[in-house]
Design a protein around this ligand. Structure first.
Ligand code: GLU
Length: 464
């Protein structure tokens, strides 16, 4: 059997980080097995669904590299098919028309409460003779079993039992003939050939009810894997108060997509003690038994740490390209061609110890700044009279000799010694001259990337 998984987000608001994690699990599962990974936009709730939210989902998927097969499916557009299935269930006797009004249902519940009975609505129309049906609006309800148990075999939760006495005859079609969400999910999953439903465990109860639609239609159940939701660092359900919830926020904070995938994989899934891994490793390792039963805690420190490792491990050219995309999507100024080539030259040292793209850019300040450089306050302090004199004596010496790390190191050491100063004394004004800052990459790294002419020009500027 070939695997078909899907992500079925509701386009209301932003793309939630939990949705991204669910998408990742489904994507990994399908891709590693040569299966299909599908996208369905669950836009049945017309009041809350917006095109902007759909767009946010599509862009989030694209950023994270979750390529999906076939066209994205709109659930709303399939309403006719959902209704068709409801009618088939009606014709087969698995569903019935219920004419109870809202007021009658309310009255039923009130009475049940007063008598201390279950307030679960039991429709009087379940077994009514069709000849007694009035000419009035009706909903279509599924005839659910009332005794016994419904058992969901779940790859994460194990065998989960639901007493059928807790299941009401759920509505399939509203009185205006529109299908409900619970029906739509099942029909769509069946029609899309979904073999594995991997989703948040807030849908576990739904699975119990949805399974009866499958049974009634004679359709095979998918394999279920309900994954625990993501919690904040305090162990409480992830909410705005914990910080960023939307995928876009992480993109805008400048985490590389590979780091995000790595971190999301670790939210609720593990492979031994492995924390830092590549997509290829995740693809070969990911499986449902590795998903834990307890909620994962979101940990920014861990994400940052992984992000730094991914930046350091990335190929320079790929990193530069992703940095360009980051600048564009976060509305920052693009790099000029000249800056790009300096960046490519300096990437080896820049990418060490940068945890995000903004940190990388901050380290690359010496590349993006242009002459004349105005030093910041702290850097300006190291450009006092004595230091400026030292710099002006250094410039002519930089004109000759080869422009390599070894010869620059030798030259600086000799120069410092002749001046009777420690190299540290020389480094601070050089940082100020080359970058206008007191904290920068190494002086040699900057000089090698900037080249002889630009370095000398900057030092001469500062020496004046
Ligand atoms: N649309 C549902 C959600 O966003 C997912 C339904 C499902 O995966 O079955 O939570």
């Amino acid at each position: 059997m070939s695997v078909v998984t899907r992500i079925a987000p509701s386009p209301t608001g932003y793309m939630h980080i939990g949705t991204a994690r669910t998408a990742l699990f489904n994507w990994l599962y399908a891709r590693a097995r040569g299966g299909k990974f599908l996208l369905r936009i669950e836009d049945t709730d017309r009041a809350r669904s917006t095109p902007e939210a759909t767009d946010a989902i599509l862009r989030g998927m694209e950023w994270l590299g979750f390529d999906y097969d076939d066209e994205a499916v709109s659930q709303f557009e399939r309403a006719g098919r959902h209704a068709e299935v409801a009618h088939a269930l009606l014709d087969g006797g698995h569903a019935y028309k219920c004419f109870s009004t809202q007021e009658e249902i309310e009255a039923y519940r009130e009475a049940a409460k007063a008598e201390g009975r279950s307030t679960l609505f039991r429709s009087p129309w379940r077994d009514a003779d069709p000849s007694t049906h009035p000419d009035a609006p009706f909903v279509v309800r599924l005839r659910m079993p009332q005794d016994g148990e419904t058992i969901i075999e779940d790859e994460v939760q194990g065998s989960v039992t639901f007493p059928n006495s807790n299941l009401d005859d759920m509505i399939l079609l509203r009185s205006d003939g529109t299908p409900v969400y619970m029906l739509a999910v099942v029909v769509d999953d069946h029609d899309m050939g979904v073999t594995h439903v991997i989703r948040g465990d807030d849908h576990l109860n739904n699975a119990a009810r949805q399974s009866h639609i499958y049974h009634a239609m004679g359709w095979p159940l998918p394999v279920y894997a309900h994954i625990p939701l993501i919690h904040g660092p305090d162990g409480k359900k992830l909410s705005k108060r914990h910080g960023a919830l939307g995928v876009k926020e992480y993109r805008d904070m400048g985490y590389p997509a590979a780091a995000m995938r790595n971190y999301l994989a670790r939210l609720g899934w593990s492979h031994g003690d492995d924390e830092f891994f590549s997509d290829a490793q995740a693809l070969s390792w990911f499986d449902l038994p590795g998903i834990g039963k307890s909620p994962a805690r979101f940990d920014f420190k861990k994400l940052e740490n992984l992000s730094g490792q991914h930046i350091a491990a990335a190929e320079d050219a790929a990193l530069l390209q992703e940095l360009g995309a980051f600048l564009a999507t976060s509305g920052r100024e693009a790099l000029t061609d000249a800056q790009q080539s300096l960046m490519a030259k300096g990437m080896g040292s820049l990418k060490e110890r940068a945890k995000t793209f903004p940190e990388l850019l901050d380290k690359a300040h010496y590349i993006t700044v242009s002459r004349p450089i105005t030093p910041d306050d702290k850097a300006a302090k190291s450009l006092d009279y004595v230091s400026r004199r030292i710099l002006s004596e250094l410039t002519p010496q930089l004109q000759t000799g080869s422009w390599t790390r070894e010869s620059l190191e030798a030259l600086m050491a000799g120069f410092a010694e002749a001046q009777g100063i420690k190299f540290g004394k020389l480094a601070a004004p050089l940082r100020a001259a080359l970058a206008g800052r007191s904290v920068t990459p190494s002086v040699y790294d900057m000089m090698l990337v900037l080249g002889r002419d630009e370095s000398i020009a900057r030092i001469a500027d500062a020496a004046h």
